[in-house]
Design a protein around this ligand. Sequence first.
Ligand code: PLP
Length: 401
Amino acid sequence: MNIPVLDLKAQFNSMQSELLEAVTRVSVSQQCILGPEVTAFEQEIASYLNVGHTIAVSSGTDALLMALMALDCGPDTEVIVPTFSFFATAGCVVRSGARPVFVDVDPDTFCISPDAIRSAITTKTRAIIPVHLYGRMADMNQILQIANDHGVKVIEDAAQAIATTDSSGRSAGTLGDVGCFSFYPTKNLGAFGDAGLITTNDGDLAHHLRIMRNHGMEPIYNHQFIGGNFRMDGIQGAVLRAKLPYLRKWNAARRRNACLYEELLVKSGVSTGSSTRFFTNNNRVILPHRFSNNDEDFQHTFHQYTIRIEKRDELKDFLESRSIGSAIYYPLSFHQQPCFASLSSSNASYPYADALSTTVLSLPIYPELSESDIYTVVSAIAEFANDQYQAEPITTEFQGS
Ligand SMILES: *Cc1c(COP(=O)(O)O)cnc(C)c1O
């Protein structure tokens, strides 16, 4: 049996007629760019996330670039980013003209470390970009406090965390000055192509971003400043409107899958549970940091379910030989990227990011995954672990339960 790391067709098949109807609506109307579907989506997602303003844009990358431009991150300014994230987080900072300052991540959340931010702030710091990695929220209380103390802006990269909430029910991407989302097809809410969103509670900033999206134009053919073509397509708006009502259900299914992984990985003896000490080397699988029904971070939306294991590459190959997909997010941190070589400072160290990039492996977690798929994945991991680490036998009792 083949278990891919992600199965977009399964979701499409589950709501095919609604999606085709949405595409047809736009095709017939020929409102190809922005238009009523995009405007309606902006309103629906604003109330879904409980945020004042939403601007639908061309991609998550463009959302980040626009946010940096709008907050005057440019030459002679610095922007603090976690070194462990998808490339766009840092790439956009350089494109804005600002200098990215890479800092380490927190050992529990894998998101930007508040302590590392404190040590990296200078008089040039203009903004901080916390990334809510894998669907888990960064420590926003501390980050907002630091930003407030130093008068710097917060741009949330919530590309992987749509509908993740904190313990007070506030949505990721609505807490800082600006929130950036991606609807790349593989994200928890995916369009039929590239699409993204900016959120803010600041009306003036929202107005500025709305104009920026269309070459800084207001009124027609009068250009107030230099923006770009950052517009969302009509089809993406219609598809996202059709999918939005299912998002809560899909995210709940991802959490359910994560709970089953945790239960089975512990039951099998492959893992002793989530790590309390980051650098524990028990030669087995380390689970994502503990979560439970009662934990505040249970609102984790599990864009990825990411385990850690020393023999990561070997496990990945083994799973592949069993037709089980897995993925490495991310094999290199920013401070290791060739294109950022000139930016890295020699006295900086990133022990947590360095440990993550060599040990993380993301397992299939998509909502349509069946229980038996998860049994199959865990059985394969148990088999691998038995073979590799023979010190303590691993039970396979859970099989067939
Ligand atoms: C996907 C992603 C982006 C970029 O979004 P695109 O829509 O692909 O441009 C930015 N940051 C993070 C953390 C992402 O996962």
